[in-house]
Design a protein around this ligand. Structure first.
Ligand code: ADP
Ligand code: MG
Length: 346
């Protein structure tokens, strides 16, 4: 420790991770990839790799128990982790679950949480193999580690994108963020007057995307079936813009995406307009979509063309061209990655 004081908000989440981990070198030859991708990659045989990833969800930071049913929370906490395994083009196999709880929770509440975790394990065919249980003086904390497997030759890193590769996104974006806006709005209404019933009718899709996301295991299978190995891949946890920056930084490329191509569900657009948010902003900066973002060589385009799960939204460029968005009028604008900065209070 020195006398110098740097605020966490000066570095941001990713700057902090870089700073804290920059001095570490690997001592173990089996460590193929450590910090810096969606999951670590560890050699376990000539052909096979083990994938490892950890993510924590904190009450008041990542979720509010005012509107998050504990069963959904358990399910989502697993999805957040599986998504990082699928983003390496691997298959998730096991999880460990650590919880910190205060005595304000009855046993029944934690059983609900575990019912959600079990649902996820059964549906995604993974095993709960351990964890840890401790006391929390404030909110609930759930930290999950997921383990997965892949053939080494199948693993896809953030760093493999090449200039002219096509940038592809799965599903549609921005819905989880609009679901959160709806829930936050009703929370405020409820706080002001607890007698008013929440008005969430007709918003099932957006609420599900926020409360019960599904990790895209199906895409790993689909890519295999289509015989496409992406050149790079990442999952969309912090918002499309932030993830594009990660791919570009790791791959040392630039990127151009087209506003009009970004897949946004009509329900997301309608809700965004109601909240005075440009739908593209929800898609670019909203986060929590848990879709996959990947690049493919142009020669693979015919294999994915027309697939309803996959949308080409742009292409990779040379690093000097930067990261840009072509708007509806054809103007080229530099893209900004807001993502979520946990330290700035945004
Ligand atoms: P993701 O959003 O895919 O979960 P993160 O942004 O959380 O990824 O983390 C990026 C990389 O930094 C990952 O390789 C992760 O393991 C690593 N990382 C994050 N926090 C720490 C930390 N405190 N110490 C060491 N590595 C970390
Ligand atoms: Mg990730």
């Amino acid at each position: 420790m020195t006398d110098k004081r740097t605020e966490l908000s000066d570095l941001g989440e990713f700057g902090l991770i870089d700073k804290l981990t920059q001095g570490f070198t690997t001592h173990v030859p089996q460590t193929i990839k450590g910090v810096g991708d969606d999951a670590a990659v560890i050699s376990i045989s000539d052909e096979e790799a083990l994938l490892v990833t950890t993510d924590a969800l904190l009450e008041g930071v990542h979720f509010s128990l005012m509107y998050t049913p504990l069963m959904h929370l358990g399910y989502k906490a697993v999805m957040v982790n599986l998504s990082d395994i699928y983003a390496m083009n691997g298959i998730a196999q096991q999880i460990t679950v650590s919880i910190a709880v205060s005595n304000r929770f009855p046993v029944e509440a934690l059983e609900e949480l575990y019912a959600g975790i079990k649902k996820a394990c059964d549906f995604y065919k993974i095993d709960l193999i351990g964890g840890d249980t401790t006391t929390s003086l404030s909110g609930l904390v759930i930290s999950i580690t997921a383990l997965g497997r892949a053939k080494k030759s199948d693993v896809v890193y953030r760093s493999g994108a090449k200039e002219n590769d096509l940038l592809v996104v799965t599903g549609d974006l921005g819905a989880a963020y609009m679901g959160l806006q709806l829930l936050e709005r009703e929370k405020e209404v409820f706080k002001a007057n607890p007698n008013i019933q929440p008005d969430l009718d007709g918003n099932d899709y957006l609420l599900e995307r926020q409360l019960k996301p599904e990790a895209r295991r199906d895409i790993v299978d689909l890519l295999k079936a289509l015989e496409v190995k992406p050149t790079s891949m990442i999952d969309i946890s912090d918002g499309l813009a932030s993830e594009i920056f990660h791919l570009c930084k790791a791959s040392k490329t630039g990127c151009t995406i087209y506003d009009e191509k970004v897949p946004i569900d009509a329900k997301t657009s309608m809700a965004a307009i109601e909240f005075n948010i440009d739908p593209i902003t929800a898609a670019l900066n909203g986060g929590e979509d848990y879709e996959l973002l990947f690049t493919i060589s142009q020669s693979d385009y015919d294999k994915i063309a027309g697939n309803p799960n996959l949308t080409v939204i742009g292409h990779m460029t040379d690093a000097n061209s930067g990261v840009n968005l072509v708007d509806k009028n054809g103007a080229l604008l530099p893209l900004k990655a807001q993502g979520w900065n946990h330290f700035s209070g945004s």
